[in-house]
Write a protein that binds this ligand. Structure first.
Ligand SMILES: Cc1ncc(COP(=O)(O)O)c(C=O)c1O
Length: 388
């Protein structure tokens, strides 16, 4: 991306409160295994509306510990989305379980419940839905599917803090194990970090032990009674998290406002919000909220018109000082997955078509109307010069 006034893809919102709380930790001299981690856990759980939340070092760590809690391992298959960040499938490989991909809904871009049902077989142990781009997955249908077959569920809500599902329930608060992530581009950030929402107090205690090398809360230093990991969140990360949770609703509202500006501006370019029956051949914008479903805005991904050359558009935008990224590639087509499981192009046509066309535009809470207009204008010009 060029020029000092270039528009970045993402930018965290960090202010005086974040500085104040991080400084407090620095001055306390206690950088890990201290009281701020617990304070963050209580604040996040309270904001989400759940009994407890276990802080860990990343969203991936939260997913891994969730997989272990569900007992998924060798010989188990777990139905999940191929249209996600690679961590939601990698966490299964860590324990020897096998991801079984099912295609996505072309409107919400989440796991299609019918495709998920069709993918359930004798070895299926669970479902791992991802709330992609902050839009809630079809949890009522997926929970019903899991109940019918006696399957466990791990929700990947890493992109969706504050989203609400079709039953009006906050994502992560349905009673399933659920994971959140706080990398620097996320709605709430701790630099790196994550949370696992446990289903019971016993489960919370086990997860707290596993994140700390298998040491139970009442055990002494260097006593460990089970296999564990170093998945601890530092006090510095937790301090950032406390400040971010304090203004979570404001941060989410500002993101939603930027999304609204984009939707209005891009509609003038002929962009159409994804919807059942809508023409999905041209410039497609993220779907609007339906019924009780509420998106938590994480990124603003568009699908370029079918005949546009995405690489040329990205290069042209970069020359105009606008960062944009092909987002997301399908997991099953990544070299490791192709080589290990023999996946080929064409197996999940909806996900593959979306992945080939989608592009994330600059998106962060402090974006101004002028910046949104500049991105939109640059996109119009880049598209005009990019037909294949
Ligand atoms: C859908 C999804 N799952 C999992 C993760 C992993 O989170 P982390 O990068 O904190 O390990 C991410 C992070 O981008 C994500 O977007």
């Amino acid at each position: 991306m060029s020029g000092a006034d270039g528009i970045p893809l993402a930018r965290p919102e960090l202010g005086r409160r974040e500085e104040e709380l991080v400084l407090e930790v620095l001055r306390s001299g206690r950088l890990s295994l201290g009281p701020v981690q617990e304070r963050f856990e209580r604040a996040f759980a309270g904001w989400l509306g759940v009994a407890d939340a276990v802080a860990v070092s990343s969203g991936t760590a939260a997913l891994h510990l969730g997989v272990r809690r569900l007992g998924w391992g060798e010989g188990d298959e777990v139905v999940t989305s191929p249209f996600s960040f690679v961590a939601s499938a990698n966490c299964l490989l860590y324990e020897g379980a096998r991801p079984v991909f099912a295609d996505i809904d072309p409107v919400t871009l989440n796991l299609d419940p019918q495709a998920a049902a069709d993918a359930v077989g004798e070895r299926t142990a669970g479902l791992l839905p991802v709330h992609i781009f902050g839009y809630p997955a079809a949890m009522p249908e997926l929970n019903e599917l899991a109940e019918r077959h006696g399957l466990g569920i791990l929700e990947d809500a890493c992109q969706a803090p504050g989203a609400v599902d079709a039953d009006g329930v906050r994502v992560g608060a349905r009673g399933n194990l659920a994971c959140f992530a706080f990398y620097a581009n996320k709605q709430l950030t701790t630099g790196e970090g994550g949370v696992l929402v446990p289903r019971s107090a016993e489960e919370a205690a086990l997860v707290r032990s596993e994140r700390n090398q298998g040491r139970a809360l009442d055990m002494d230093w260097l006593d460990h009674d089970r296999l564990g990991f170093n998945y601890r969140m530092t006090e510095l990360q937790a301090a950032l998290g406390v400040a971010q949770v304090e203004r979570a609703d404001e941060l989410l509202a500002r993101r939603a406002r930027v999304a609204e500006l984009y939707t209005e501006a891009l509609a003038e370019l002929g962009g159409v919000q994804a919807a059942p029956g809508a023409d999905l051949d041209g410039l497609v914008l993220p779907c609007a909220d339906r019924g009780s479903e509420r998106r938590s805005w994480f990124v603003y991904p568009v699908r370029l018109p079918r005949d546009a050359d995405r690489d040329a558009v990205i290069a042209d935008l970069a020359e105009r000082g606008v960062a944009a990224k092909a987002y997301l590639p399908c997991i099953h087509l990544m070299p490791h997955y192709r080589e290990r499981f023999g996946f080929r192009s064409g197996e999940f046509p909806v996900a593959e078509e979306v992945a080939e066309r989608s592009l994330a535009l600059p998106f962060f809470p402090a974006m101004t109307e002028e910046q949104v207009a500049r991105v939109t204008e640059a996109l119009a010009e880049a598209l005009a010069g990019s037909w294949t």
